[in-house]
Write a protein that binds this ligand. Sequence first.
Ligand SMILES: Cc1cc2nc3c(=O)[nH]c(=O)nc-3n(C[C@H](O)[C@H](O)[C@H](O)COP(=O)(O)O)c2cc1C
Length: 346
Amino acid sequence: MFSSPIIAAPMAGGTTTAALALAADRAGAFPFAAAGYKTAEALAEHLAPLRAAGTDFGVNLFVPRREPLAAPDAAALLRYRDELAAAGYDGLPGGAGPTITNEQLTDFWDEKIQLLLADPVPVVSLTFGLAPESVVQALHRAGTRVVASVTSVAEAVAAAATGVDALVVQHGNAGGHSAAFLPAVSPGPGASPGPGGVVELVAAVRAAVVLPLVGAGGIGDAATAKAVLSAGAVAVQLGTALLRSEESGARALHKDALADPAFTATAVTRAFTGKAARALVNDFVSRHSAGAPEAYPEVHFLTAPLRAAAAAAGDREALNLWAGTSWRQAQDGPVADIIEGFLKGL
Ligand SMILES: Cc1cc2nc3c(=O)[nH]c(=O)nc-3n(C[C@H](O)[C@H](O)[C@H](O)COP(=O)(O)O)c2cc1C
């Protein structure tokens, strides 16, 4: 299914650069491009160097929410906007908002699917939800293998029923957004990772579905990667381990924070985007996790200008410093060296 037991995770928002994906490929890992937040045009541009290299690679898409926010969540969103306004952050939009456009809500899903059907890629992976079976079938007809992301046995069973070819099994120790799409298992603010780690989760999913599995979440060294493979995964997907690499597009503020002993913990928070995501605990996480509603991507667009202003001011305390629980093991240097370290230890 994958040409390597090591997969470079898709990291949207500028972290996965074409240079990172190409370097991962050259080092012997399977690379993912990140389509999240991009228009179809921007995605085509992002993919051009990977297509030119003629390599086996994947593209990751956010499966969008289609329905409007439920009334209680919409009310909570307005309260959250007032909470942020009262805190006096620079860059917060004024006016009656926060309203978002249909393109912002659907993350350009339709046009990106059209692009990937017209000009197919080897692999498409999905997160935040399941694609309709008709889309999975259309991608298959185009010659594309399709991968769903899950965070529990229940989600794995539901994903397998849509006809996908493999699953990314993401544990709550992972950096960035949770892939969870069933409300009952979505980790809430402050949630602990739960019993066990990615090894136990992969073993549980292995017992329930026959698809090839990719383990993800908190894999910071080759020994952990090896244990995940022994539990029945065909590969592991690394995110946080690549965040500080030379080719990573993460901001210098973010890379430096990951190496700074002043940060002592990560937490799952909805404060930045309205969806549970794991980040280093900074002032913003401490102050706003309790009040943040479940309203993705509305909260993402509400806080985006605030985060841009913080980045411009060099203020890491109001930035989303995504990090998995293995953040202290993340190395700087070329992607090739980091991948080589994992491959050698398997
Ligand atoms: C900065 C960052 C951005 C991410 N963006 C995406 C994304 O766009 N799509 C996705 O499926 N997963 C995304 N993830 C999650 C990774 O795919 C992967 O599940 C996770 O990084 C694995 O856990 P680890 O960070 O502990 O290695 C992101 C993770 C990070 C750290």
